[in-house]
Design a protein around this ligand. Structure first.
Ligand code: IPM
Ligand code: MG
Length: 362
């Protein structure tokens, strides 16, 4: 079968990691008889440099027509002084909004091979970490009305949510929980925010459809604390755009490195958008130092969610584990090999070679 993938390498380490992710996909294609056809498009700083706009119309059109989209990372100091509407990050929001991928799935899974990279004490982390954060992605304060007063001495951003925008996230929350440990925690700030109170109302109105799932609520400030105090209490977290942005970075650190975490952004129909949750790390761009595993694991999510290729997704995930089992590490996860193996420090390309090799064997 042939799959059309729109590729947005983006800025900084984006091209480095996307290159390795495509090699991993091609290795899967070779092994299982699929063809992945890539169409590269511009977004972020690279697009600003060549077209003057962070998200050219052509990019969005190509992405909407693809079977799935793979994105590296966007942004960098070069474009930091541009006005808000012209910053590279605007491309991300434009893509998410334009593709209508409203649900952002961010699994924070601590691999046992990287347990030493976890900053929490062993008695706190217990059996490890396996949380799925479902972040609302096309609404809330990141998409709300914003502006400045005429005298430029005040500014505002607005959080707004409709019942339907919330319900489609809560539904995914319940359905994901059913496939996991059957616990859904809605994270909000319902002691202050009216939108949060609506999130709770929506969740309450839906819970009778999922009697097997234990539904709970937690204020976001408490959740930030509980994540480092007792992370094992969480299974699935459903939350707003901003709270999900913040909590997913926190959760990633508990797993050892933000360089390991994948994400999938999904809508009702149409292509999904897959990207690592980390940024463009301009300081190490083009130096063969970046960890490509988060992007490679994002491809596994693509195979699973967009193409329904479970065996192929599993193969990528096992290949990553096998390479880590053998002690291979990029710089961000160095110093974590267990036992007598010792780390074998490698760069981006070599890590890609190892994954390609393992995909053929696992
Ligand atoms: C993320 C990033 C983006 C976001 C930024 C770069 C706009 O932090 O994907 O989490 O806030 O969504
Ligand atoms: Mg973020």
């Amino acid at each position: 079968m042939k799959y059309n993938i729109a590729l947005i390498p983006g800025d900084g380490i984006g091209p480095d990691i996307v290159r390795e992710a495509c090699r991993a996909l091609d290795a899967v294609g070779l092994r299982f008889g699929h063809a992945f056809v890539y169409t590269e498009v511009l977004a972020g700083g690279a697009a600003i440099d060549s077209t003057g706009h962070p998200l050219p119309e052509e990019t969005l059109e190509t992405c909407k027509k693809a079977d799935a989209v793979l994105l590296g990372a966007v942004g960098g100091p070069k474009w930091d002084t541009l006005p808000g509407s012209l910053r590279p990050e605007k491309a991300l929001l434009g893509l998410r909004g334009g593709m209508q991928v409203y649900a952002n799935l961010r699994p924070a899974l601590m691999l046992k091979q990287l347990a030493d990279a976890c900053p929490l004490k062993p008695e706190v982390i217990g059996d490890g970490l396996d949380i799925l954060i479902i972040r609302e992605l096309t609404g809330g304060i990141y998409f709300g009305d914003r502006g400045r007063s005429d005298d430029n001495r005040s500014a505002w951003d607005t959080e707004a949510y409709s019942w339907d925008e919330i319900a489609r996230i809560i539904k995914i929350g319940f359905e994901s929980a059913l496939k996991r440990k059957k616990r859904l925690c809605v994270v909000d700030k319902a002691n202050i925010l009216e939108t949060s109170r609506l999130w709770r109302e929506v969740a309450e109105s839906m819970k009778h459809n999922y009697p097997e799932v234990v539904l709970s609520y937690m204020y976001v400030d408490n959740a930030a604390m509980q994540l480092v105090r007792n992370p094992g209490q969480f299974d699935v977290i459903a939350t707003s755009n901003m709270f999900g942005d913040i909590l997913s970075d926190e959760a990633s650190q508990i797993t050892g490195s933000i360089g390991m975490l994948a994400s999938a952004s999904l809508g009702d129909s149409g292509p999904g958008l897959y990207e690592p949750i980390h940024g463009s790390a301009p300081d190490i761009a083009g130096q063969d130092k970046a960890n490509p595993l988060a992007t490679i694991l994002s491809c596994a999510m693509m195979l699973r969610y967009s193409f329904n290729l479970e065996k192929e997704a599993w193969t990528i995930e096992r290949a990553v584990e096998r390479v880590l089992d053998d002690g291979w590490r990029t710089g961000d996860i160095a110093g974590t090999s267990v036992g007598s193996l010792g780390d074998k420090l490698v760069g981006t390309t070599k890590m890609g070679d190892l994954i390609v090799d393992a995909i053929g064997k696992v």
